[in-house]
Design a binder for this molecule. Sequence first.
Ligand code: PBG
Length: 302
Amino acid sequence: MEKIRLATRESALALWQTEHVAARLREAHPGLEVELVPMTTRGDQVLDQPLAEIGGKGLFLKELEVAMLEGRADAAVHSLKDVPMELEGPFELAAVLERADPFDAFVSNQFASLEELPFGARVGTSSLRRQALLRAHRPDLKLLDLRGNVNTRLAKLDAGDYDAIVLACAGLERLGLGARIRERLQAPRFIPAAAQGAVAVECRQGDAATLALFAPLDHESTRLCTRAERAMTRLLGGSCRVPIAAYATLKGDRLSLEGLVGDAKTGQTVRGYASGPVAEPEKLGEQVADMLVARGADALLP
Ligand SMILES: NCc1[nH]cc(CCC(=O)O)c1CC(=O)O
């Protein structure tokens, strides 16, 4: 293959991530021509309705997948967090790149940490997981919706619509906005969404030439951790309708996984933790999912 076309969304973050993949590809295959094919998805256009109601996270993939099926692109670059737990149709993940900071960021112009927020402060996030975790730690906060890309969210904070907002550290850092992070909300207190901070490449299932090109970009430890996180989330019926958090780490030949199911309205949370052999990430995901259900998570699930 002399040339490869990468489908991408048009947001600044998506373009950064795709340029990053392109640079890694050129490095691995000197002489390879890499072209970006930017496109808008329905998920980018519909900003006024809850994502869960207009079709969920798959909305950010559809147009990119159609481009691959029609031969207008060979692969698509995504935040793995936005990729449905079950890829639909004839697609597979060609690579999962090394994960950046997986945690959420507390961003505010006046307050240095979640703890320092005054009683009843206004915090912006539309993520049900972030809402549930914020409620669990600070039941007094006023949680307000906040959609749009990273720069839009920061502009709304700066305009005074919120006292603080919460978004992914990885997105801020990739856009050169790491200085806006006041506090990193780390595990086990604040558990991220499955695969947060990881970039993935999707291609047509069985497309051997494309799979071979991306193989050198795959990061084994990130792939293993995100397999466990995504398996747990999938088994709990994961979608953006329910707050589900999953965070795995790898030490030596053991994978550890922390899971959480919450209620965005009440801040009630159920937690689970287990570790297992590196060879069986899906089994570990299943173990923690079972543990969460045994501890009452099913009452919070649809
Ligand atoms: N939901 C949108 C989204 N998808 C991926 C990221 C950040 C980058 C990443 O997690 O890899 C973001 C923004 C955010 O959650 O603040």
